[in-house]
Design a binder for this molecule. Sequence first.
Ligand SMILES: C[S@@+](CC[C@H](N)C(=O)[O-])C[C@H]1O[C@@H](n2cnc3c(N)ncnc32)[C@H](O)[C@@H]1O
Length: 223
Amino acid sequence: MTGRLSADHPLAALYAGIDRYYTHKVNVHGATPLGVDWPSHSTQELRFEQLLRVCDMAAPFSLNDIGCGYGALLAFLARQKKRTRIDYLGVDLSASMVAHARRLWHEHPETEFVAAKASPRVADYSVASGIFNVKLSQPLALWETFVEETLADMHKSSRKGFAVNFLAPPAGDNKSPPELYRTAPERWQRHCEQSFGARVEVLHAGGLQDEYTLLVRTPGGAG
Ligand SMILES: C[S@@+](CC[C@H](N)C(=O)[O-])C[C@H]1O[C@@H](n2cnc3c(N)ncnc32)[C@H](O)[C@@H]1O
């Protein structure tokens, strides 16, 4: 990972844990939805569709994909949004993930990947799919510090806005595995409104039952 954190950074062990978890997934399953811990290609793409609603597709733009995995978003863009020119940077903590992405997309124009925890450049928009869901055995407070830091990084590196998704709290009496992070939309919606002066839209898509997407628009944001 570039911009490696010093070992005594409060989040160093947390980032190392995420890196180990996803590196193992992609080493076992390769550049497939299972390799980034998604059960299916169709829901993986449904998430992209929701997140990309933050972007104005009428004009060319630059895009940071935080936690890009093997770059599956590019395949979706190439099929569904081929009329819009997009300058893409994929960012992932896992160097193995980035190696898979580079192998798949090295001939694709205006496409780069970097192994890092945050984008090294400011773009028009940033998106992140699935990076807050698996907290492993991290204490809740530390995981929420990670969420807060990641949102601040995305805000700093996005001129027009960014979009992220979360798992919703379990419905009724249902139990959720302790390694998953679930939270109500208001928690981070309010945070983005208050900390970034953003307008935040909450999307609930049919087909993604216990998840939601936050579109965070920050006119006059970074850049
Ligand atoms: C569930 S996978 C999703 C991959 C991709 N977004 C997709 O939907 O196909 C999450 C990915 O985010 C990466 N990740 C998690 N937190 C990150 C962070 N703060 N910065 C960069 N990558 C991160 C993990 O290494 C993993 O590859």
